[in-house]
Design a protein around this ligand. Structure first.
Ligand code: MG
Length: 390
């Protein structure tokens, strides 16, 4: 089998957007004086989609979301020529070829997102060529179905927050994740507002549902040290990305407090980044995203490394590439799920692009044994709401 074509496109949303309100979610821009603009740091308006064609007639689909126009340029200029004419079964060689020829500038961030999208498309091809779902190539079924947690509960008026949390409980979720809205610049009053949020959610879901909390890098080590003892009473399953991703030492310090579990990794890349986090005992839960971390070829290695350290892998963002890896690993007990919603920050865009992304029933999603590859098509019902950059 030979690769005969690489097509990259960016789908940019032009449909209805519901702008997030102030203090919707803490984020890394919150330390700066012009905090009013801070939501820009994590909004996504476009999605990169890669289709790889082969002489056997199989077409693999991969995707990534980080700076998609730049990632597309990386694919078109650098990566596509490296894989054209090659055999997709040589995925390890192809990964190394892409990595080694771009590592001077590409080993973290956009370069690795671009490699990830291609690698995911290659695995989709392999599944289709083998007539098997991708999880069967990665180790097979380790669970009948995948428990997922409802990941939303952004900061909002408490009555609305309570209603949203109760809705997830009624829908059968056994775990939910909420977001904090205030950080160091908001002082003691902001701390109390954060506690109002978590108290509201915990009371709404009861004690028999796992609760996770997201700070999205919007806090500092000092602030997190002061918040963590206050969170302990709510016995959360984890506190996610309390500080910026580059502060591995701060993660290690917060984990060493041993008061609440610390999660991170959605802004880390490749086996080398995760080796560092594991060796420094920086996280209790690893949250790589396959479409950032180097694709399935890297993600499965990180999974193996994490398993040896007894650190569970609960990937960022749901999506099919992550679900297949979760299905194939005993060390991945849970997956994230973004409830389908109006477009707010762009997390939702893949729902509008792809047909095949599973939706949970009573808090679980299933993967079929008889759908080869990843099981996705570019055929959402909303393609007319995107502008396509070829
Ligand atoms: Mg997160």
């Amino acid at each position: 089998m030979k690769i005969t074509g690489v097509r990259s496109r960016v789908f940019e949303w032009t449909g209805r957007t519901v702008p997030p309100q102030q203090n919707f979610c803490t984020n890394a821009m919150d330390q700066l004086y012009d905090k009013g603009d801070s939501m820009r740091s994590f909004r996504f308006h476009g999605w990169l989609v890669v289709e790889i064609e082969t002489d056997a007639g199989h077409v693999g689909i991969g995707n990534a979301a980080l700076a998609p126009r730049v990632a597309k340029a990386v694919i078109d200029s650098y990566l596509a020529p490296l894989v054209l004419g090659q055999d997709p079964w040589d995925y390890e060689y192809l990964w190394q070829r892409m990595y080694r020829s771009t590592l001077a500038w590409g080993r973290k961030g956009i370069g690795m997102a671009a490699i990830s999208a291609i690698d995911i498309a290659l695995w989709d091809i392999l599944g289709k060529a083998a007539g098997q779902p991708v999880f069967k190539l990665l180790g097979g079924r380790t669970k009948e179905k995948i428990p997922v947690y409802a990941s939303k509960l952004y900061s909002q008026p408490l009555d609305d927050l309570r209603a949203e949390a109760q809705r997830y409980r009624e829908q059968g979720y056994t775990a939910v994740k909420m977001r904090f809205g205030w950080g160091p610049r908001d002082g003691a009053a902001g701390m109390q507002k954060n506690l109002d949020l978590i108290r509201t959610v915990r009371e709404a879901i009861g004690e028999d549902i796992d609760l996770m909390c997201e700070a999205y890098m919007g806090w500092t080590l000092d602030y997190a040290r002061r918040m963590i003892p206050l969170l302990e009473a709510f016995h959360i399953r984890w506190l996610e990305e309390p500080v910026i991703a580059d502060e591995a030492g701060s993660y290690a310090e917060l984990k060493a407090m041993n008061r609440v579990p610390i999660a991170g990794g959605e802004h880390e890349f490749t086996i080398y980044g995760f080796k560092d986090l594991l060796e420094r005992k920086a996280v209790d839960v690893i949250q790589f995203d396959t479409n950032r971390v180097g694709g399935i070829t890297q993600a499965r290695k990180i999974q193996a490394m994490a398993e040896a350290h007894a650190v569970p892998v609960i990937p960022h963002a749901g999506q099919m590439h992550n679900f297949h890896l979760v299905m194939a690993s005993v060390n991945s007990p849970l997956a994230e799920f973004f409830p389908v919603h109006d477009v707010e920050i762009g997390n939702e865009l893949f729902w509008y692009l792809f047909k095949g992304e599973p939706e949970p029933v009573e808090g679980f999603i299933g993967l079929a044994d008889d759908v080869p590859g990843l099981g996705l098509e570019i055929a959402g019902g909303h393609l007319e709401d995107f502008t396509v950059v070829e």
